[in-house]
Design a protein around this ligand. Sequence first.
Ligand SMILES: [Zn+2]
Length: 438
Amino acid sequence: LHRPLAAGLILLAAAAAWYQDHLGAVIDKLMIQNVMNTTVTESRQLITVPYLRHMFLTGVIPAVLLFWPRITYARVRGLLWRFPLTIAASFLLTFGFLFINLKANVSIIREHHELLGSYQPGATIGALVRYAKMELRAGNVEVKPLGQDAAKGPALLATKKPVLLVLFAGETARAQNFGLNGYSRNTTPELSQLDVFNFKDATSCGTSTAVSLPCMFSPFDRSDYSHERFMGSENLLDVLAHAGVDPVWVDNNTGDQNIARRTGARMVDVTLNPAACAGGECTDAALLTELSAQIGSITEDTVLVLHMIGSHGPAYYLRYPEGFAPFIPDCRTAEFDYCSQQEIVNAYDNSIAFTDHIIASAIKMLDQQDRVSPALFFLSDHGESLGEAGLYLHAAPMFMAPEVQTQVPFLMWLPQKFQETMHVNAACLTDRTSQPVS
Ligand SMILES: [Zn+2]
């Protein structure tokens, strides 16, 4: 039993150590949740040649070596004293070292959660157990109704055409690299030509899709949010449905994270735009085709959530089509070790510029049609680390999350006609754009 168990622990520690050392990832229960919610294509991008080499050298070889020595087993009588003695000696040594400088050790453990979070494979096993507990609890909760008395207000009832509110949600766009928010590079050339309300100081609820996205639609704010509470309550989409507004969710990412479980969600239709989906994954251009189809078909007031792939890493270069790269040279692999810092930033900035192009195209499409009364929101779920302080990607625990993972772009496009019919106070809204929002 010892050898297969020890071999398993070595493999687990080797895998966890890779993501910890190379991406600065802390493996906690939310990281496990991200792993469980991910798609095959996404996880494939994290399994690279250097990763396999690392796994072979630090995982497979040591695990195999465990089976090499031939063990002479002691007789049962010998085991009776050897076994307890070994365990007692191990504990004595461990705690002996701890007690040599107890004061310093205790304060370090208290102050630096990241140390315990980086101890392998213990941290990963602990995270797996906590994740299983969280899912068990969340799976058993009863869903409390929310806003069942919701109804359309007089302004909405008075509109002649169906109202279409488009919400581009996500993905991994950080405020610091968003041209409209004052980035030194103009990554939003198209949106800056348009009349939008841009909230410059918006923070996300979490640092990963599995937390931030449900939190956006839940009735809880950041301090009250938990997976269990989210699963135990209806959310904004349910309230819209209660009010007689049609909530439609089209996904070009890892799914709706249970947000639309009662109202319905579907993945982006690959057949609508084969060119955008040529690489096995779709760029967000596929969402424009979906939007066009919705504009042509809706008859009810609708909130259309388009869950983007946006700037999802590490394969930023797959987020924008061949030929669309304002910032070069760009990192054209999912393995950051092969790219310079500048190439990684260039690829990320290209993905932001492509998001700019998608959102601006959607606005123009909505502006040029006459079938529906449109409005549009864009809100990123969380930011991204691009190597600052040795961190890459996202999903850092909130207590240590850098601002680049929590400051997000958030903008609204409300055409003049919409402002008039819905009685939007543009001056008030403009004033709010410089205040902190979450
Ligand atoms: Zn995300």
